[in-house]
Design a protein around this ligand. Structure first.
Ligand SMILES: NC(=O)C1=CN([C@@H]2O[C@H](COP(=O)(O)OP(=O)(O)OC[C@H]3O[C@@H](n4cnc5c(N)ncnc54)[C@H](O)[C@@H]3O)[C@@H](O)[C@H]2O)C=CC1
Ligand SMILES: O=C(O)C(=O)Cc1ccc(O)cc1
Length: 306
């Protein structure tokens, strides 16, 4: 039996990420048994129809009682309530992890609610799409993608190594990071870009002088890319912004200053300033492609070859 093997894994939340995890784990025959939990009975029924696990529970306390590993695949705002609900039945020594897009608030919510015997190791596979639900997942989602683990200081080294082995066996590249640093990095690489997409699509749809049908009919490449991102799950992204408030506001402040500088350059006809920025940003794109992180698939976060 390999080091990364768990007898029973409970996946709580069987949406895009939970169902991709269930499929990837089954593909690699990485665990003995997968128990699936979701509070949405329709999602649970679809998971069962798709054969994603061996047991299906609407009660999280029942779902986790035999689990050696619990992975919470729910919006980050739901973590505290789930921690509370599963605390009484969690097996001593079980590893509790998650896939949430924000890490410091999840670490805090789980530390406040779970018993001291639990090994809490938050995680974030940096891979996804704008879709949701059990039908949207696929087994190869995490192949060659980064998975960032943010264990607390003084966390159990053997448990961390085991979870690292699990994600590596799934096919991800694993990186360790401090939770607060994770939240700062992801604020600029993922959270603010989503906010910009939501905002520009909202602005376009609020225009009085240009109709929604004209926006749809004449949408050029750039706007179309924004509409894909702006179709992402509202609950998930509401929770991301409410739970990574400080880092997002810090990055938005910088973004706004830079946008004002661009506004000024356009107003005063400063072509050199525009040209200099566009040359620099083209270079960033070139480096992403050189690092093998281009997105042929509509997501990001592909690790480069070392
Ligand atoms: N969508 C993406 O591209 C990515 C999402 N993530 C993170 O993964 C997590 C899950 O996201 P998705 O799979 O996209 O969402 P999803 O909307 O597809 O699935 C979430 C599932 O959680 C269930 N759920 C919500 N609250 C619950 C509760 N209290 N108890 C039990 N089940 C509950 C919902 O019924 C739903 O089935 C989020 O924290 C998100 O930040 C991480 C990487 C990528
Ligand atoms: O669909 C896209 O472009 C994404 O950006 C997917 C995504 C969303 C949230 C994450 O925490 C990680 C990846």
């Amino acid at each position: 039996m390999s080091d990364s093997h768990f007898d029973t894994v409970a996946i709580v939340g069987i949406g895009l990420i939970g169902s991709s995890l269930a499929r990837a784990v089954a593909r690699g025959k990485l665990v003995g048994r997968i128990v699936i939990a979701d509070r949405d009975v329709a999602a649970l029924a679809e998971a069962e129809r798709l054969g994603l696990g061996q047991a299906y529970e609407s009660d999280v306390a029942d779902a986790v009682k035999d689990a050696d590993l619990v992975v919470l695949c729910v919006p980050v705002g739901a973590m505290e309530a789930i921690g509370k609900a599963m605390a009484p039945t969690l097996k001593p020594g079980a590893i509790v992890s998650d896939v949430g897009s924000v890490k410091a608030s999840v670490l805090k919510a789980l530390s406040a609610t779970l018993p001291a015997h639990a090994h809490i190791i938050p995680g974030h596979p940096v891979a996804g799409t704008e879709k949701s639900g059990p039908g949207a997942g696929f087994a190869s989602l995490f192949d060659g993608r980064w998975c960032i683990l943010t264990p607390p200081e003084g966390g159990d080294a053997a448990a961390v190594a085991k979870l690292k082995g699990f994600w590596a066996a799934i096919g991800a590249e694993v990186e360790m990071m401090d939770a607060a640093h994770h939240d700062l990095v992801l604020a600029i690489t993922s959270h603010v870009p989503h906010l910009i997409a939501y905002n520009i699509v909202g602005t376009a749809s609020d225009l009085e002088t240009v109709t929604d049908s004209e926006v749809i009919k004449y949408s050029a490449g750039g706007f179309r890319d924004f509409t894909r991102i702006a179709a992402s799950d509202p609950t998930m992204w509401r929770d991301v912004f409410l739970n990574n408030k400080e880092a997002v506001l810090e990055m938005l402040g910088r973004f706004t200053e830079d946008l004002t500088a661009l506004q000024r350059a356009i107003r005063w006809g400063d072509g050199d300033a525009l040209f200099e920025l566009f040359t620099r940003t083209r270079e960033i794109r070139r480096r992403i492609i050189d690092a093998g992180q281009d997105s042929a698939a509509p997501d990001f976060g592909r690790p480069h070859e070392e």
